[in-house]
Design a protein around this ligand. Structure first.
Ligand code: ADP
Ligand code: MG
Length: 243
């Protein structure tokens, strides 16, 4: 429980800082990007690879700022009664294009019937995208990413499974920490954001993983009118479960 309190304090501090600086950073960055693009168009071809790197890095910095801001805005979000399936189907073109570029496949396995949930669609899209991208980044070009839904008695479950490198047990508990990353180009904010999104959706997120076999992130939404079960809550507080 102390860890949980520490995390909340850290997030609220992050929130105060982020709110005051992100807007101030975004504006000059947008101006820089515009002029770099203009210079790129007016420069000799042999300079194009440099401009490509500049733009790519600017976009990465922007992605960090956006994730940071979403993470910081641990606010009450507007939710609408929505089918999770609709959200997933909306995302499929984007996810398939992503997977195609990597030579990977996506397998969508939807429950026959699914109860509607109170969702902030933008946030849930962000959540699925973050989990799917992590999965893809953990796999080679023979990777298959499975996105699966289950309609349980008191909850709707979303499982994102990859057959990638897997996560060593000693790293499992650090995954959701802001800025924890093992990637050269990572922000370490993806899963921290997923966790805060699920906190705002009366749900939870946990992970099962086996080295060399793959990883499953299990996201579970309580159905409207169903409280979080105590056992599930206890499991959540004890951190990520392992396979
Ligand atoms: P980032 O992707 O920017 O590194 P995340 O918060 O999304 O940040 O993920 C944090 C870390 O968790 C990753 O750097 C990686 O080490 C690990 N991770 C997340 N998802 C997976 C996965 N599906 N398979 C293996 N490792 C993962
Ligand atoms: Mg990520």
């Amino acid at each position: 429980l102390k860890d949980e309190v520490d995390k909340m304090e850290r997030l609220s501090l992050v929130g105060q800082m982020a709110a005051s600086i992100t807007h101030e950073i975004r504006n000059p960055m947008a101006v820089i990007r515009g002029f770099v693009q203009l210079l790129n168009e007016r420069s000799p071809k042999e300079h194009q690879s440099y401009f490509h790197i500049i733009l790519q890095e600017l976009d990465r910095a922007n992605a960090i700022i956006n994730d940071f801001l979403s993470l910081a805005q641990n606010r009450i979000v507007e939710k609408n009664i929505t089918s999770l399936h609709e959200v997933l189907e909306d995302l499929m073109p984007l996810l398939s294009a992503d997977a195609n570029m990597r030579g990977q496949m996506i397998e969508l396995k939807l429950a026959d019937v699914i109860d509607p949930l109170e969702l902030n669609v933008k946030e849930i899209k962000q959540l699925v995208l973050n989990l799917a991208r992590n999965g893809m980044e953990a796999m080679d070009d023979k990777g298959v990413l499975r996105i699966e839904t289950k309609n349980l008695a008191d909850a709707v479950e979303l499982r994102v499974t990859d057959n990638g490198v897997g996560i060593p047990p000693e790293k499992l508990e650090r995954l959701f920490e802001p800025f924890y990353t093992t990637k050269a180009n990572g922000t370490g904010l993806g899963l921290a954001l997923c966790l805060s999104i699920m906190e705002r959706h009366n749900g939870r997120i946990r992970v099962e993983s086996k080295i060399g076999e793959g990883t499953t992130f299990i996201v579970s939404f309580s159905k409207p009118g169903h409280a979080i079960s105590e056992t599930a809550a206890a499991k959540y507080r004890n951190g990520a479960g392992s396979a």
